[in-house]
Design a protein around this ligand. Structure first.
Ligand code: PLP
Length: 393
């Protein structure tokens, strides 16, 4: 008799976004003329840049002719795209070899797959509140999870403590949901900790492009020592609007060696076994992102989200609300007023101001009294939401 993976029984129901949707639907049923201002979305709302669309169309045409048709692509990614991404790092003074870059179908898929590299006896440290995938992929694998709570005391930027022990360490910066960006000093503490303890950091840089400040690291490889202990997972989802198109990349340095095994060689071997690569068409679309025109066009879209973030931070500043994020990040993380818990505040915002946000409780216990607002919404709705926030907070 087949024995299923019983670890699935240890997963909590993923009710967060379903409940938000249901509550929004119920509200609209009772108030059919209402217009909801949706600031809960973590998804982009603007279309792909023109250069990307053009490249995708051309790639489709290539597939229609024998002379330009492409079959299977190399499992680790087309060398030309890997080279372009390595150059993109080089422009910021970070030396990465093309064969340290792996093309993926997105950060979420990589977060799930990358833990194949580690023995099940390793522990995984997750700083909460956290993007749920870090916990859930390890629950499914049956790995021991160490939850490190963050709070207002450490400005939601925890650093290693005297008794911290961890083999795999997840860091997300800019953070989803708190919007916090690790500074050089605190990121260096984790890099030093990992090198001293033989741990490996999984650095989720899905939102790096939102960092405008030159005083904050956009890549963990800006930190000395990171190339012997860190894997960086990136995505074009939020950078270039690829959430529904799917393409990401992962940097696995060749200098990470554990028990004489090269993590880069292991990941190459993993890809050869577990994927047949990303489609030719999508890789062509991604190539266009890394051209001069592509970079200009993604900036124009990002500016819209950044403006939204500014509008929201202004509103929270005006109301003296405690929050993190909103600067160098698309998310704002605010303390719920009047000691409300995050679902109470959700209902309050929905009923009083027709604003839909995301309750902090969905990202771990320590998010119970906090709330996430996103800057990926419609600009007009965001301006209106800010006005209403000022009135009711
Ligand atoms: N990492 C974080 C922190 C995210 O918030 C998300 C998506 O919202 C992802 C990864 C997944 O990105 P992708 O669309 O590339 O799978």
């Amino acid at each position: 008799m087949l024995k299923p993976n019983t670890n699935y029984q240890n997963l909590k129901d993923s009710y967060l976004f379903d409940t938000i949707l249901q509550k929004s639907k119920d509200y609209l049923k009772n108030n059919p003329n209402a217009h909801l201002l949706r600031l809960g979305v973590g998804d982009v709302t603007l279309p792909l840049p023109e250069v990307v669309i053009e490249a995708l169309h051309n790639a489709v045409d290539d597939q229609s002719k024998k002379e330009t048709f492409h079959g299977y692509m190399y499992e680790c990614g087309d060398y030309a795209l890997r080279e372009k991404i390595a150059l993109h790092y080089a422009e910021r003074g970070i030396k990465i070899a093309p064969d340290e870059v792996f093309i993926s179908t997105g950060a979420c898929d990589e977060l799930a797959d990358i833990i194949d590299l580690f023995d099940i006896s390793n522990s995984a440290l997750v700083m909460e509140p956290a993007y749920p995938s870090y916990v859930e992929t390890n629950v499914i694998a049956g790995r021991r999870i160490i939850r490190m709570n963050s709070s207002e005391e450490n400005l939601f930027m925890p650093t290693p403590e005297k008794n911290t022990k961890a083999d795999i360490i997840y860091i997300c910066s800019p953070n989803n949901p708190t919007g916090v960006v690790f500074d050089f000093e605190n990121l260096k503490k984790w890099v030093d900790f990992a090198n001293q303890n033989g741990s490996i950091i999984i650095f989720d840089a899905a939102y790096e492009v939102f960092i405008d400040s030159p005083h904050l690291p956009r890549s963990i490889f800006e930190i000395e020592g990171a190339k012997t202990c860190a894997i960086e997972i990136c995505s074009l989802s939020k950078t270039a609007g690829f959430t529904g198109t799917r393409l990401g990349y992962t940097v696995v340095p060749k200098n990470i060696i554990r028990e004489k095994m090269s993590i880069n060689e292991m990941w190459t071997r993993n890809r050869l076994s577990k994927t047949n690569g990303v489609s030719y068409i999508l890789q062509k679309g991604a190539m266009a992102v890394f051209t001069r025109k592509g970079q200009e066009q993604i900036k124009a879209n990002l500016q819209v989200y950044k403006e939204n973030a500014k509008v929201l931070t202004n509103a929270l500043d005006k109301t003296n609300t405690w929050y993190t994020g909103g600067k160098n990040s698309p998310y704002l993380w605010l303390r719920c007023p009047d000691n409300m818990n995050s679902w109470e505040f959700f209902d309050y915002l929905l009923n009083k101001a027709q604003i839909v946000g995301t309750p902090g409780a969905g990202f771990g216990k320590c998010g119970e009294k906090y709330f996430r607002l996103s800057s990926f919404g419609d600009p007009h709705d965001t301006v209106e939401a800010a006005k209403r926030l000022i009135k009711i907070l």
